[in-house]
Design a binder for this molecule. Structure first.
Ligand code: PLP
Length: 380
């Protein structure tokens, strides 16, 4: 018999016979062990599909990646530490010095910022295109345009792009298209079915769903691109912890349920705000009358809880008063969780003034409406 100190080092058996659970097991590993020298020396050969080193994945990572691929309607998924890291990964994998990339004018701010700073420093040029450009995007293509970014609806202004039209124009010039599909998730819009090459999501939002997790994902149906993304993620040192994967896996079974409730509540709230005398403009594409409703109605199957508006009293003291009077919408950044939130941001130029963004949580809609009605009444 070996010494107790030796026996304590030996791992306990992982999945004991006779144990079955509805919960995903959480496997931790940096080191993966191998049965013989040949498999040890060839461990890199299975880095994208099996187990070679913790960074390449454990059963918990693969369980989440596979579920997300299923959600996207097929393909492969790479997990990264944040939603922003998903954007950086696509750019890093695809772009080289001398390339040109296009972004819509309402793209998520930090995605633009990394393009303007890091990728510009590495020799990648970018241009901005108007959201409503449609097939006119072709006029923005240059001989070295490699990638078109899309994000629809945008997470502050809720502006949309015509994704199938942009995909057709880009593919006619052998240009790849990436979509930040965090707003709708693949339950609302199947980006890969629409021809998008790379669908990215901040799992931080609706998949996590409880405001306690940061993670991102890139999904693609292009096998070679999947391997290139995995290689690039490895070179960048990207890694997500299995405990965080567990939280994302825990969010998935209730994703549809949460979105359906948040969408139904947001529709009622949007209709209420649209007809309220204190509101100057409301942005929520699922609501008939919204500037982008025709695109949303044509392409999307499900809405969410995110909408924005401006007040007629478009000044900070009025906004402070309104926000302070709210009891259920708390002031906080990010979105996609079960709690109702409000955020305040300056309008994007050339617009001036302030944008208020609501994230509608899963609280009872009547309570949320009463909260907004009470807070708006303070502006009279
Ligand atoms: C549309 C969109 N994409 C990406 C991100 C980035 O996600 P993360 O905070 O996980 O980096 C956000 C975060 O606000 C977002 O709103």
């Amino acid at each position: 018999m070996t010494d107790i100190s030796t026996r304590l080092v030996k791992p306990a058996s992982d999945i004991p016979d006779g144990f079955a659970s509805l919960s995903q097991g959480v496997f931790h590993a940096s080191t993966i062990v191998f049965p013989d020298v040949a498999s040890f020396l060839h461990r890199q050969a299975q880095a994208h599909t099996g187990y070679s080193y913790g960074q390449n994945g454990t059963p918990t990572h693969y369980a989440l990646a596979n579920k997300l691929s299923e959600l996207e309607g097929g393909g492969h998924t790479v997990l990264v530490p944040t939603g922003l890291a998903a954007a950086v990964l696509v750019n890093s994998m695809l772009l080289v010095a001398g390339d040109h990339v296009l972004l819509p004018d309402s793209i998520y701010g930090p995605t633009l910022e990394t393009t303007k700073t890091l990728f510009a420093k590495w020799g990648v040029r970018h241009s901005i295109y108007p959201n409503d450009i449609g097939a006119g995007i072709a006029a923005f293509f240059e001989h070295n345009t490699k990638l078109v970014w899309t994000e629809s609806p945008a997470s502050n202004s809720m502006e949309m792009q015509d994704i199938p039209t942009i995909v057709a124009a880009a593919h006619a010039h052998q240009i790849k298209v990436v979509m930040d599909n965090t707003w709708a998730t693949a339950l609302g819009f199947r980006a890969l079915d629409a021809g998008v090459d790379f669908s990215i999501q901040a799992l931080t939002k609706y998949v996590g769903g409880h405001s306690d997790l940061l993670m991102g994902a890139v999904s693609t149906r292009d096998e070679a691109a999947y391997h290139a993304l995995r290689d690039t993620a490895e070179l960048l040192g990207y890694y997500v912890a299995p405990d965080e994967c567990f939280l994302a896996l825990r969010g998935l079974p209730t994703l549809a349920l949460r979105l359906e409730r948040q969408y139904a509540s947001a529709l009622r709230i949007a209709a209420f705000l649209q007809s309220h005398a204190a509101i100057a403009q409301l942005n929520y594409p699922p609501l008939p009358g919204d500037t982008y409703h025709h695109l949303w109605k044509r392409d999307f199957k499900l809405g969410n809880g995110l909408l924005s508006f401006s007040l007629k009293q478009d000044n900070l003291p009025a906004i402070e008063k309104f926000v302070a009077a709210l009891q259920l919408f708390t002031l906080g950044n990010s979105w996609g969780g079960v709690h109702s939130l409000i955020a305040v941001a300056p309008q994007r130029a050339p617009k001036t003034g302030w944008l208020l963004r609501l994230h509608v949580g899963v609280e009872h809609v009547d309570d949320l409406l009463a909260d907004l009605e009470r807070a708006l009444a303070t502006l009279d």
